[in-house]
Ligand binder design. Sequence first.
Ligand code: GLN
Length: 482
Amino acid sequence: MVCVRTSFGVNSFLKQALDPADPVEKVYRALEKIEETRGLNAFITVDKDGALRSAEELKHKIRTGGKTGRLAGLLVAVKDNISTRGLRTTCASRMLENYVPVYDATVVEKIKMEDGIIIGKTNMDEFAMGSSTETSFFGPTRNFFDHSRVSGGSSGGSAVSLATGAVELALGSDTGGSIRNPAAFNSVVGLKPTYGRVSRYGLIAYASSLDQIGPMARDTLSTALLLQVISGGDPRDLTTSSREPPNYVEEAMGGARGLRIGIIKEGFMNIDEKISAKVYDAIGVLEKIGCSVEEVSFPFLKYSLPAYYIIAMAECSSNLARFDGIRYGGKRVEGKWEERIVKTRTEGFGEEVKRRIFLGTFVLSAGYKEDFYMKACRVRRKIHDDFKLLFRDFDALATPTMPVLPWRIGEIVSPLEMYMMDFETVAVNLAGLPAVSVPAGFVESLPVSLQLIGNHFDETTLLKLSYAYECETGFTRWLKTG
Ligand code: GLN
């Protein structure tokens, strides 16, 4: 398939990736952009010196005819729960306000090896717990299209850094929707890979059986390129798969004709009609370019939310035990060791993180484990199996990414109401499947996105659909025109 209508066509894409403009100048321009848009609060730490150093090194390499990597000259923003050697990594928490890792996450190592330039660390919900980037110790990130609204979360800073044009690529992490949700709220592409496709080594864990790092970008091919760079087996993360990743960029251009899409009926129930109409329009575009479309039922979808929150909280209560002021986190406090732990954790964690540690400890406690945690695990298995049945008949499944438009900062105060916002996204993580959020247009000048869910290790189909849709609609222009 030759894509002629995209505003960021194949040729310009490859040219940009292979033949960067002066990288040092590019870094200066990006720093200016970050400064101009500082009010949106997308970055926690901007690494001016590090980015300029990488750019100088790359410039030297180009000048001396050295071999440049696949991300040569592309600017990358990294979510602040992904470890970067020598660069503060806070998880947007007071607990890690001054934490500087001594090693790089595998994904960061890979980006550096391919000559990508990391410009800074992006804002997020504290320890990635939230759906709006409002629980950050450093204050909320604002929505690109309406600054009084949330950016989505938890990878809000990564999405906004893309929307402003400061960077071309960003890393997010997705435990229950944190890549897809902010991608949807800021009209960029965000892909949550299959569990095990991308190494989690160096990702500060929230819920290890659900967490996955993934790529975000303004267009499909850039998303595919970053996925290609970060995917693959890692001896330091034994949950990764050793199966060789395909050439995602080439595969994405393979065409979507003939792909079978199942529309999950329950994903469109009880949501704003204007949002569902927009998402149906997007599916209509895919039908027009030769996909077959059929409605399917997934009755267990409604149980994914309670199962997810029980499992995520259980795992977080265990993962966050290491932040005790002795092994990790906090400042030096005086007193007996119990007192030091209590003081560190009381002062270091925000309200939402504490709530989850309490609830997670409760659902794992003797006497309640069977009723909550074990039951949630059984629901998880059932959701996994139901998805597998659907993938016998379909190549991809479709729902809206978010059931609502970006809300006003501070508008949602009830934790339960906030959890409900993840209704469309969490089932994917329970089943370990890949999913992509694709910009689908606007309702009341605010962005709406289509979520496409794929079978395990079939990111390719999702990229094909996203790219075909992008070619047809030219959605990358939406960031310019709003
Ligand atoms: N909003 C979900 C939660 O708070 C998902 C967060 C995530 O994906 N990191 O758990």
